[in-house]
Design a protein around this ligand. Structure first.
Ligand SMILES: Nc1ncnc2c1ncn2[C@@H]1O[C@H](COP(=O)(O)OP(=O)(O)O)[C@@H](O)[C@H]1O
Ligand SMILES: O=P(O)(O)O[C@H]1O[C@H](CO)[C@@H](O[C@H]2O[C@H](CO)[C@@H](O)[C@H](O)[C@H]2O)[C@H](O)[C@H]1O
Length: 471
């Protein structure tokens, strides 16, 4: 489509964006949307026609713009099963979200498999892989920061929705782990690369990533919730006495995360931060605390105490750093029939790319998983906590579940890593509290009903400076 034709879509696009799960600015009011780049994948009169586009969205609060990627499909007549994906009408064509269309996802896969280039877009298979069978994709439904389609339970392609210059860390780290022949991630199959037009010219950008699909798998978050549900339903039994005990899985998960860290260190190197580097990590945590304190009163009220715990990170001489996952939680793990896999190495979605690729302590990932065990333990009780307090005996059971699984995870991690994360308790606690502060802000913006979960942990981490970790 030409620029004037695309511009005709803008009013419909502006109305459509806030309803998309991946639109990561739902708390802001859109002032204007503009196209900053577009590339036809097929001729404009093909049926369906496909176009890749980058949009910049500005907001009435005057803050920074956000850029997003779209894969637009157009057809003269829209089949009934695509009506839900319609964005608007331009001339005699209906424009819709292209990933919803099996014919478009089939085309994208075939272009990757056959190593194609169209204008600024490159469709590249990963060298040496066995090409997946080309067929239509089925959009993944559910909670996602990006948009994925699944090809016959053999491959999954993720379109990154935020348009950021540079190699996406999800692709970069999967590539590095592939070179290490990692058994802890799903093998990478290919990618779509494009360019992001900017003031300084066009910069390379990752459009999409194609990976093996882990069939017959369950994600760690659902498995953990099932275990907690069974425990709370019993009430008078302890976590080690109920059928759905999760500790064995938590320990295996610890081993998997340690293996990923070893592979990332081997493939991409390690470093020791000197005093200035450690001070920079501590300052970074303080900045994040300041931002959370501005937005959330409870954080502001405990600012001094939180800052004291965060300063625990300063207690190490020569902090060991390497590339890490950066946003690990139970929902980023898949239990396959063979074992655990880690997915989604993009880092925290709201952080700028240069922050997400900065080497960090592996304790950041360990701490984030410990936080996730807390989340799973108290998720069911959180609804109570927004109204009345959950009964004390259930809170005790939930805490026992969290302690047992946090401890099992650390045991498993230590067995493979050769060092126990709990040996650096002050640093681990600082990373855990930093994550809890982030989560308070995340829940305030995204899921206020869940806010009680990180708030509770924040209070524990601030109050319990002498307690033992994971026990
Ligand atoms: N390789 C895979 N095999 C099977 N399912 C996967 C795979 N990768 C991702 N998924 C599923 O897709 C969901 C979203 O993937 P994720 O990479 O976390 O996307 P996002 O970055 O959009 O959050 C996951 O929760 C998982 O259910
Ligand atoms: O999965 P994303 O990369 O989009 O990560 C963001 O969303 C997560 C929630 O979906 C959020 O994780 C928090 O909630 C989880 C339960 O839903 C819990 O297991 C995690 O421990 C907790 O941090 C994540 O922080 C955020 O970046």
């Amino acid at each position: 489509m030409t620029a004037p034709v695309l511009d005709a879509l803008l009013p419909d696009l502006t109305a459509w964006l806030p309803a998309q799960r991946w639109f990561a600015a739902k708390d802001r009011t859109i002032a204007a949307v503009r196209f900053v780049g577009h590339q036809e994948v097929t001729p404009a009169d093909a049926i369906p026609a496909v176009e890749h586009a980058v949009i910049a969205v500005s907001f009435t609060d005057g803050g920074s713009e956000e850029t997003f990627q779209l894969l637009l499909g157009t057809r003269p007549r829209i089949p009934g099963d695509l009506e839900h994906a319609v964005i608007g009408q331009v001339g005699d064509r209906t424009v819709y979200d292209g990933l919803a269309d099996g014919e478009i996802s089939r085309l994208l896969l075939s272009m990757i498999v056959s190593d194609t280039a169209v204008g600024s877009l490159r469709f590249v298979p990963e060298p040496g892989i066995e090409a997946p069978v080309v067929g239509p994709g089925r959009p993944l439904l559910g909670e996602q920061s990006n948009s994925s389609v699944i090809y016959g339970e053999r491959a999954i392609m993720k379109l990154f929705r935020r348009a950021t210059p540079g190699l996406n860390p999800d692709l970069e780290l999967h590539r590095a782990l592939g070179r290490e022949r990692s058994q802890e991630v799903a093998p990478l199959l290919g990618a779509i690369e494009g360019v992001l037009p900017g003031d300084d010219g066009a910069l390379p950008m990752t459009v999409a990533m194609l990976q093996s699909y882990a069939a017959n798998s369950a994600d760690g978050w659902s498995m953990a919730l099932t275990s907690v549900r069974d425990l709370l339903a019993e009430g008078d039994l302890r976590p080690d006495e109920v059928g759905g005990d999760f500790a064995g899985e938590a320990s295996r998960l610890g081993k998997t995360v340690a293996s990923v860290h070893i592979e990332l260190a081997r493939g991409l190197g390690t470093d020791r931060l000197g005093p200035d580097g450690v001070a920079a990590v501590a300052d970074w945590m303080r900045d994040r605390l300041d931002r959370a304190a501005e937005a959330v009163e409870v954080v502001a009220a405990q600012r001094t105490e939180i800052a004291r715990v965060l300063d625990g990170v300063r207690e190490v001489e020569g902090l060991f750093v390497q590339r890490v996952h950066g946003d690990l939680h139970l929902g980023q793990t898949l239990r396959t029939p063979r074992g655990w896999l880690a997915i989604d190495f993009e880092g925290e979605p709201s952080r700028p790319l240069h922050d997400r690729i900065r080497p960090d302590s592996p304790l950041r990932d360990v701490a984030a998983m410990l936080r996730s065990f807390d989340y799973a333990a108290f998720h069911q009780l959180a609804e109570w906590e927004t109204g009345a307090e959950a009964p004390a005996y259930l809170q005790r059971r939930a805490q026992e579940w969290a302690d047992r699984n946090r401890s099992a995870f650390c045991d498993g991690y230590a067995e493979i890593a050769g060092s126990d994360p709990r040996d650096q308790l002050a640093v681990l606690r600082a990373y855990e509290l930093d994550k809890a502060v982030y989560e308070v802000l995340y829940e305030t913006r995204n899921r206020p009903n869940w806010l009680a979960i990180p708030l509770r942990s924040m209070a524990r981490l601030v109050g319990d400076t002498a307690g033992s970790e994971g026990s």
